[in-house]
Design a protein around this ligand. Structure first.
Ligand code: ATP
Ligand code: MG
Length: 442
């Protein structure tokens, strides 16, 4: 962080020596003032892109149409952008035109929030025309200028505001919050990929619960371009909505993994596996993430059903330490069998993701220690790990190959995983014969 900042100042100095103005700006200044890690450096300069390119030995023309040149110093990239202003956001998305301007203050005026509109010069001098430092120390996110018009220009800023609230654990200035509530319908102009990128950063933050609650309370979630599944879009931030209650009680930060957080959030909001999958697709999340998130939710639904079936109306409080030991033992072995079958069906990683997801729930899960043991005790996860192959079954049972082989292998797999059968060919073949006889008899 320190070295990166110093290297950024060196780039600023070079530009100054070449006769231009230059400042560190944006996120790096904000994070530096907050003593947070600085990841990348943005520099604003009076130099035109071609002038920047002739000042440094190694440059990349990354965004010439926006005035941006990437300067490479010792393999580290620095984004250097000519002072500019943006005009006429007729579609609420992208400026119609980028104009270069002469003064750093004009450049700062186009930026979204006061905390992101502070410039730092080579000697450490600060240019802060909008009270950014004051808002930073108060922990406030405030638009530069009039909130309604700034959100009208670029609706993504509303989502950035909520994301920064979660990442920095800041509050929104009242005028900014009201602006979001008035302009939220404009979010319909923003592409779903960009919505997803902000939402993902929010979920990865230190305060994902705060962020998720703000997404709902602001009404932003209900106004994205591609309508969300009804279940999610209809969560109402008021005391009588049970799903709002669940979302608020959720402790997403207890899970380290972002996709587990997504699953916990969506399931608290009442989404089933299909709805979760639909949402992930709309957000253009990768198919791997989509499968993972909806898989955990599918697992959760089925497991809750099994728990209900075994434990009756006691529901999720299935196992009662004080109840009669024998009854408990019967319940437990039946629950274990259900658990192992589900785990085999969904795969180890889904079962483990589900275990992580329970940490996000407000109530400690009484069966957690059991379910962990049950999972760790599973010695085989796939039919291929059995000591018998399909063709051997077919030969030994003198039965033509068919779909019965996969079914039988799966039954054997469950028995081995439950420690009811040894994983050697003799035991497996014997069990196969017994299973087929039983099957024929019934
Ligand atoms: P982070 O990199 O942590 O996401 P950041 O503030 O650096 O935060 P960037 O997207 O890297 O965000 O943008 C750099 C700077 O550009 C911001 O600090 C802000 O000054 C300005 N900026 C970015 N997006 C917008 C926007 N949509 N409207 C106005 N200004 C913006
Ligand atoms: Mg940045």
């Amino acid at each position: 962080g320190e070295a990166l900042w110093a290297a950024g100042l060196a780039v600023v100095r070079r530009l100054r020596e070449a006769g231009f103005e230059a400042f560190l700006v944006g996120g790096c200044v904000r994070d530096r003032l907050l003593r947070r890690a600085v990841h990348d450096i943005d520099i604003a300069t009076s130099a035109l892109p071609e002038e920047v390119m002739s000042t440094f030995a190694r440059t990349l023309p990354t965004g010439l149409q926006h005035g941006t040149v990437t300067v490479m110093e010792n393999g580290v990239p620095f984004e250097v952008t000519t002072y500019r202003h943006e005009t006429g956001y007729s579609d609420g998305r992208r400026p119609d035109e980028v104009t270069f301007v002469r003064d750093i203050r004009e450049d700062l005026a186009r930026r979204d929030f006061t905390m992101n509109a502070i410039a730092v010069g080579f000697e450490g001098e600060t240019i802060d025309p909008f009270g950014g430092e004051r808002d930073l120390s108060a922990g406030l996110i405030r638009c530069v200028g009039d909130a309604d018009s700034r959100f009208g220009e670029d609706a993504l800023r509303m989502l950035r505001a909520v994301r920064f609230a979660a990442v920095l654990d800041f509050r929104l200035a009242l005028s900014t919050w009201r602006g979001i509530k008035r302009q939220r319908e404009r979010l319909k102009h923003v592409a779903m990929e960009r919505v997803a990128a902000e939402w993902d950063k929010l979920m990865a933050s230190d305060k994902p619960d705060r962020g998720a609650a703000l997404l709902i309370r602001s009404g932003l979630l209900a106004n994205v371009k591609d309508p969300l599944p009804d279940t999610l879009a209809s969560v109402k931030p008021d005391a009588i909505d049970i799903r709002w209650h669940c979302v608020k009680e959720c402790r997403l930060s207890e899970a380290d993994d972002i996709d587990v957080r997504w699953a916990a959030f969506l399931s608290a909001a009442g989404c089933g596996a299909d709805e979760a999958e639909q949402l992930c697709r709309k957000l253009r999340l990768s198919s791997q993430r989509t499968k993972r998130i909806s898989g955990v939710i599918g697992f959760d639904r089925l497991w809750s059903d099994r728990l209900m079936a075994v434990a009756g109306s006691a529901g999720k409080k299935a196992f009662d330490e004080t109840a009669n030991e024998q009854a408990n033992a019967v319940q437990l072995s039946s629950l274990r069998a259900s658990w192992v079958k589900l785990a085999l069906r969904f795969g180890r990683s889904t079962a483990e993701d589900w275990l992580k997801m329970t940490k996000c729930r407000p109530v400690a899960y009484s069966l957690l220690a059991y379910a962990k043991d049950w999972t760790n005790e599973i010695s085989v996860w796939k039919a291929a790990e059995l000591a018998v192959r399909g063709d051997e079954l077919s030969r030994s049972l003198a039965k033509a190959p068919g779909p019965w082989i996969a079914e039988l292998l799966n039954e054997l797999l469950e028995l081995v995983a439950l420690d009811r059968l040894g994983n050697d060919s003799e035991s497996l073949l014997a069990a196969a014969r017994a299973q087929m006889d039983g099957g024929n008899a019934s």
